[in-house]
Design a protein around this ligand. Structure first.
Ligand SMILES: Cc1cc2nc3c(=O)[nH]c(=O)nc-3n(C[C@H](O)[C@H](O)[C@H](O)COP(=O)(O)O)c2cc1C
Length: 437
């Protein structure tokens, strides 16, 4: 597989070392694109980078002679093209300034705009004066970025260009290259594995227009699907109609696919043009949409025999209306709804494919840590799962609807690990690191 690394060069004094990094990566047959900040251009010029990369370096968001009509004609914007092309985005050296700008979501030049637009993993390689490095604002920004799933390569210690001695030297180009290759290798780790992820919440009809549902957004499941895909797995995402970004067909009979261009996994594409086929390199996440628990059960049964692993993150209704009213209820009259407990899909999955590696999710509400772990172990036994991932949705920033999560993993060996609160993307990464370690 041919990878493209986009290297963002900001104006750290160590920027000249990036020429060596480019040479190492080119030797590994990796496609390189370079973006420089204006200050980096002022200090170093573009020539040595263009020579090393063997192509033009990007610097200006709006270059001389820019004509917006060309953009409209070609339907192509340079920085978005680069953002999408990146298998991995590397910022080296990363100044205190660029770190602060990324953490604040600022996009005021070519580099920061492209970073904001990419969905590729981003590796940040800071380098700066020791006092800048120790400044709590810089450390706070780095912590924030780490929580959001950015990778940070710690700077080395030693003699600094400013005359100080201490932490702040750009990691050696060889070390940066190794980290890049490690991250790219991660992409291959689940190659050949077939993984189903269920995501979102079921909706059960009450009458012709109303449903009972829950607050699940599908964000955790979608993050796991994305991460499995990035690691090379063949992914089928069964997601609810109510889950994030569902523009896909609501016909559950056909497989829809999202094309993957690394920068836009979660961008909706015209489903019609991707229906029912994979690209030759497997570059899609296949999607099926469900609405009710019954739909979901049917879909799992349809596919499960051909898959190796199932992450069941979907929140399936615990109750179903005893009968569905075949018309629109009169809103002026009181209604008594009778609900019955719904069958537990998770508990049946192993009976549909006993070889499947089953990862179940359990939401608890405001429990002490010990009770939470006990609830996970009980669920594990009831469902015969290989792992149960428990979260306490009563905690702020955990579980339904939000962008962050905090989870505990249990297996038949008992409690394994707590993944502290972080973005769902980061939590998804750690769950996979743990389960496939
Ligand atoms: C000679 C020189 C060396 C610099 N080295 C660094 C550095 O190593 N790290 C850093 O964070 N800033 C360094 N700076 C400061 C940045 O250039 C400055 O904060 C600039 O605004 C950053 O812009 P940029 O992030 O868009 O490149 C240096 C400035 C100069 C003039």
């Amino acid at each position: 597989m041919k990878y493209t690394i986009v290297i963002g060069v900001s104006s750290g004094i160590a920027a000249y070392k990036i020429v060596d990094l480019i040479k190492i990566l080119k030797y590994k047959n990796i496609e390189i694109e370079v973006i420089m900040t204006n200050t980096a251009v002022k200090i170093f010029g573009v020539e040595m980078f263009e020579k090393a990369a063997g192509k033009k370096v990007y610097t200006d968001l709006v270059p001389d002679g820019f004509d917006y009509r060309e953009v409209l004609k070609k339907r192509e914007v340079e920085h978005i093209k680069l953002a999408d092309a990146a298998s991995l985005f590397v910022i080296a050296p990363a100044t205190a300034n660029i770190i602060g700008k990324i953490a604040a979501g600022i996009a005021d030049d070519f580099l920061t705009t492209t970073i904001l637009a990419t969905e590729a993993p981003v590796l940040i390689c800071p380098s700066m004066n020791i006092h800048m490095w120790e400044n709590p604002i810089v450390q706070k920004n780095l912590d924030e970025l780490k929580k959001l799933g950015y990778f940070i390569l710690h700077p080395d210690s030693g003699q600094l260009a400013c005359g100080y001695e201490g932490v702040g030297r750009l990691a050696h180009p060889q070390k940066i290259a190794e980290e890049i290759l490690r991250l790219l290798y991660e992409k291959e780790k689940l190659k050949g594995k077939k993984i189903i992820i269920t995501a979102g919440g079921t909706s059960e009809p009450i009458d012709a227009v109303r449903t009972i549902t829950n607050r699940a957004s599908g964000k955790m499941g979608t993050a796991i699907a994305q991460e499995c895909y990035l690691r090379g797995a063949d992914v089928l995402l069964l997601k609810s109609k109510t889950a994030v970004g569902t523009n896909a067909p609501q016909d559950t009979s056909g497989v829809a696919s999202w094309k993957f261009d690394p920068g836009s996994l979660l961008r909706e594409l015209d489903p019609g043009s991707y229906r029912g086929h994979d690209s030759p390199d497997g570059g899609v996440i296949k999607i099926e949409i469900f609405e009710t628990a019954k739909n979901l059960e049917e879909l799992i049964k349809k596919y499960i025999k051909n898959y190796d692993i199932l992450f069941h993150t979907a929140a399936v209704s615990d109750f179903l209306p005893e009968k569905i009213i075949d018309k629109k209820l009169d809103s002026q009259k009181p209604v008594v709804l009778k609900l019955r407990p719904a069958p537990k899909i998770l508990h049946q999955i192993k009976s549909w494919n006993k070889k499947i590696k089953l990862v179940g999710f359990k939401a608890v509400y405001k429990l002490e840590e010990k009770e939470l772990i006990d609830a996970g172990i009980k669920k594990l036994k009831e469902s015969n799962s290989d792992y149960i991932i428990v979260n306490d949705v009563g905690k702020e920033g955990v579980g339904f609807g939000v962008d962050t999560n905090e989870v505990y993993i249990v297996s038949p060996k008992g409690f394994l690990v707590k993944i502290p609160k972080a973005s769902k993307k980061e939590v998804a990464r750690k769950i996979l690191d743990y389960i496939f370690r």
